[in-house]
Design a protein around this ligand. Sequence first.
Ligand code: TXA
Ligand code: MG
Length: 357
Amino acid sequence: MHPHPPSNSPESPPPCGRAFSFGSIDDRLPMIYPLTPENIKKAAALLASGETLAFPTETVYGLGANAFNAEAVAKIFEIKGRPSFNPLIVHLYCETQLQEVIDLNASVAALELLDKIKIFWPGPLSLVLPKNPRIPAVVTAGLDTVAVRFPSHPGARALLEACKFPVAAPSANLSNRVSPTTAQHVLDELGDRVDFILDGGACQVGLESTVLSLVESPPRLLRPGAITLEDLTSHLGKIESGPAPHQQHTPQGLPSPGMLKRHYAPRTKIVLRGQIEPKDYPPKVGLISFGGTSADSNGFTIVTTISHHQDLDEVASKLFGAIHAMDNQNLDLIVVDTCAEKGLGLAIMDRLKRAAA
Ligand code: TXA
Ligand code: MG
């Protein structure tokens, strides 16, 4: 257990990197901070001073830094072991901030698309737009575009409002691993590298935001998410999916490097149900079930049912948590149910296929 600092403590926040000392050699206790107005103020002050910290959003937990501070953003890449060619998403509180982050003069076409699609803000939709020169190159991996979103999680919104500057944040996990959907997941994976984790409870959506590029015509879906392809099409018409043909081969050329095939991977080998014949299963196998197939769950060492009736909202919100939990069970294999690749099912299957790649 990690101590929660008293929410009404008159003490100033422990500077990031030095938590309360209990006299032991290892006095760097990573801290989970409950979402209180006081802790939000502390978090905003840490970000303003160039530190990084983890905070909740409705999708997954993010590892944030002041998007205008190149040195602070560079720390994110170091903490995650993230390749420098993979750009970050910039998080905003209000529409006025947009002009500080995107270039309003670069593309009339992109702004027209933005007008049609911003009804999904605040929410799990990141839009790729021409970048404002104020955003340092490290944030966008040198691209002339920037991904922006307005999270809807009240904790994220309160933090962003207190900061006043935009916050660059990838998911708060080691590069290529499963995204965290609770503060404890962040602590488990980054506890030795991050000292301040704002705890906003379990993430409601549970999958990373949809990433849509508005600098191409037609717009291109770079990462499916809870704002579905069907949602986007109904407002924008035709949408392309995946990397553009000329961008498919080099990592640097990928429109969204998060599309790299092996991503979201737990330590334990993971397969989709049906990929391996049950007779070929190793001794200790876990099943993550989406429900409705309980008759076939015999023969597994552990079964976690994350939805009883293939409710995809429920599956999305609990999937990463179930993978994290199974990954800690010393299993030889994790088998995961599948669903149809439409609506939210497209994003669920996208993450599962990458985890199993
Ligand atoms: O839900 C989310 O999006 C979470 C929370 C914390 O907001 N963040 C997140 O960040 O998932 P990250 O870094 O794990 O994924 C960002 C994705 C990557 O696939 C990245 O390549 C893509 O967005 N991306 C960012 N900027 C881009 C740009 N300018 N052009 C194309 N893709 C971009
Ligand atoms: Mg990520």
